[in-house]
Design a protein around this ligand. Structure first.
Ligand SMILES: C[S@@+](CC[C@H](N)C(=O)[O-])C[C@H]1O[C@@H](n2cnc3c(N)ncnc32)[C@H](O)[C@@H]1O
Length: 314
């Protein structure tokens, strides 16, 4: 099959969805309640061609036991996600990016890990025109131990506490600036910058530390590709909004800081950020706060209704 030719399932190329209304809007963004497959068939999606700077998303994971919102499994998952990605690529600006967060999957009834996430990564790399720019790990420091049978009961595995984020782009040089995501300097580094005193010479890694760069104050440290963030944020407005309306809170929300990091790193103010699997609209909320335009798609109306609470005035 030619690269980037979306292979949408027949039932989802719905003619009736040619036009679509947003479920809610802010000054900068709009949230749509439909599947991404249906959205891609709308005139709204056609008008987005070449305009989206960043697609930041956490698609349904290839789970061994599907969650409430229904995930594909096995080879079917792989075909489905590749076809969705192929459908999204035309929306990107030439220097745009797609960042996808994908969790680990475990084989059903077995203390072994599924290789499906790895196969998915390779399939996207091989079967689309996207370049893999960098792989990140999100270490969820607050993750509860699991899978329960192997970690909590039998105690024969360590808790599965990280997910991967794959950063892809149609170009090898997408818009990106690590100066926008610097971490605060450690106390030791602050001292070093102040005094200029450090251990010159080569390191065990054979890197030679030169005077020229090492003691320079660059306003912060370049972060590593393992992002350590607990998923413990209260999302107070969101929680209250859902409680007051008897809406189910999304079970797989990501931390706002995770979306914030990639939006800062890969876009500028006024750019357009999209999340095709929006859930509680963490992406739209982070984009709005960073003064980026945003567009979110979520197929479950309960989650769409709940996500509006992220924009409610407290
Ligand atoms: C992992 S969750 C995203 C959570 C989100 N990042 C957040 O922080 O709340 C994936 C979401 O994709 C939605 N979804 C699944 N299939 C979809 C489809 N075909 N089109 C649009 N949304 C879909 C699910 O309902 C679910 O809310």
């Amino acid at each position: 099959m030619p690269k980037d030719k979306p292979m949408l399932r027949e039932a989802e190329t719905v003619e009736a969805h040619k036009r679509i209304e947003a479920s809610y809007k802010t000054r900068l963004g709009a949230c749509y309640n439909c599947s991404i497959e249906d959205f891609l068939a709308t005139s709204r999606a056609k008008r987005l061609a070449g305009k989206v700077n960043l697609i930041f998303t956490s698609p349904p994971f290839p789970l061994a036991s599907p969650k409430a919102y229904g995930n594909f499994e096995g080879a079917e998952y792989l075909e489905w996600i590749v076809s969705v990605v192929q459908g999204l690529i035309p929306l990107l600006t030439p220097d745009g990016s797609i960042v996808m967060e994908i969790g680990n999957a475990w084989d059903r009834g077995s203390p072994t890990m599924s290789t499906l996430p790895l196969k998915t990564l390779i399939a996207i790399s091989d079967r689309t025109s996207l370049n893999l720019c960098q792989q990140f790990v999100w270490e969820n420091s607050a993750r509860l131990p699991g899978p329960a049978t192997w970690v909590n009961k039998r105690r024969i595995r360590i808790k599965d506490s990280h997910t991967h984020l794959w950063w892809f782009s149609p170009t090898k040089f997408p818009k990106a600036d690590n100066r926008k995501v610097l971490s605060p300097y450690s106390t030791a580094m602050k001292r070093l910058i102040k005094t200029g005193k450090y251990n010159h010479g080569s390191r065990p890694s054979e890197h030679v530390i030169s005077d020229k760069y090492f003691a320079t104050d660059n306003s912060g440290a370049i972060p590593g590709s393992t992002l350590i963030m607990g998923n413990t944020a209260m999302d107070a407005n969101y929680a209250k909004w859902c409680r007051d309306r008897d809406l189910i809170r999304h079970p797989a929300r990501m931390p706002l800081r995770l979306a914030d990091f990639f939006i800062r790193f890969l876009t500028d103010e006024g750019d357009l950020v999209m999340d095709p699997f929006g859930g509680s609209n963490t992406t739209g909320s982070a984009a709005d706060q960073l003064r980026r335009k945003w567009i979110t798609i979520e197929k479950d109306s309960n989650y769409v209704d709940g996500s509006q609470g992220r924009f409610a005035k407290s």
